[in-house]
Design a protein around this ligand. Sequence first.
Ligand SMILES: [Zn+2]
Ligand SMILES: [Zn+2]
Length: 329
Amino acid sequence: METLTLVREREGRTEVWEITWAGLAVEIASGTVGRPLSTKVKNFGSPREVEAWLRSELDRQLKAGFKIADKPIAPAAGEDDEDDDDDDAPAPARGKAAVSAGPAVAKRKATPRPAAAAMSSSDGPLRVLVASPGKPSALGSRVGGMPLAPSSMDWPDCACCDKPMRFVGQLRLREVGADRDGLLTLWHCTSTGDKACPSGDPTSGAARAIVLDEEDLVPMLAPPSSAEITLLRTQTITAEALAGRISDPARAYADTLEARREVVGLVGAQLWVGAATTATCKPCKAPMKPLLQLEAHAGGGLGLGGGGRGYAQLCSACGAAAWFVQRVK
Ligand SMILES: [Zn+2]
Ligand SMILES: [Zn+2]
C-alpha cells in the first residue's frame, strides 16, 4: 500500500487531496485539514490503468496549485504508521522477493545478454544493486520518489529541449564504491521519437548527475508534472557482493539479473552494447571512472520505455559526476 498526499493553502486553510493505492484499488480522500475528509474508492482492471489514472489526476492537481506533502495526513485503512526517522538506514532485503506487484516489473523484458558486451571496470569490488520497497522522501539511496535538494535548487531542465528532466534516483556515493561523501542525483530527458534528445551523450546536457552535499536537503515537492517522477514505486537501493564466477563478471552479472528480479544494477563495472562511453570531466580535462549502472527494469524509474541502462561515472579528482543512458530496443 502506498500513499501520496497533496496539499494546497487556500484562504488560511490547508486543502488535502490524498490517494492510497494497493493493487488495483485506489482510495481518494479529500477535504480540508481539521475536518473529516470525504473518501471514495475506485477499482481498476490493470496496473496500467491505475498508473494512467494516478498520473492524470496528479497532473490535474499540480496544475491546480497542489504540492506534494512529505507526510500523509489522512489515516488510511490498515495504516502502517511508519516513521520517517529510520529512512537513514534502509534494511537490506536480502533474499526477499521484494519487488513484486508493480506494473513496470510485471512486464519486464528479457535482459540482453551482457556476456558479449564490452566491459569497463573501476578499481573497487563488483557488487550488485538490490531494490526493496522504499519511501518517496527517504534520505538514503533509492530509485524513484521525490528528489531531495537544497531549497535554492530549481528542477533541472534538459539542455537540449529545455523541458524538465526525469528524476531517476539518488545514491549515496560511499554506498556505491566512491571514496567521498555526497548524494549522487540522477536526471535525464525522456523525450522519444525522431526528436529525442541525445541522453546517451554525456556532453549533451540531456542527462545529468548532480552531486549534492547531504546537509540541508529538502524534498522538491512540486514536480513540473507527474512525468518527471516515479509514482508507483520507490525502491531503496543497497549494494551487495556479486556472487558467481568472478573470472567472468559479465556472465555472473547476467546470471544474477536473470535469477533475481530485485537486482537492478551493478557497482564497480559497466557493461556496454557496443563500444564503451567514457565521460570527460570538463574542469579537470580527465576521463571519469565507471561507478555504477542501473537497469531500466528497475521499476520503470529510468523512463526508457522498452529497455536500456543508465551509467554513472565519477571524476576521482574533483568529484564531479556524469549520468547518461543507453536505450536497448
Ligand atoms: Zn530534452
Ligand atoms: Zn574533475
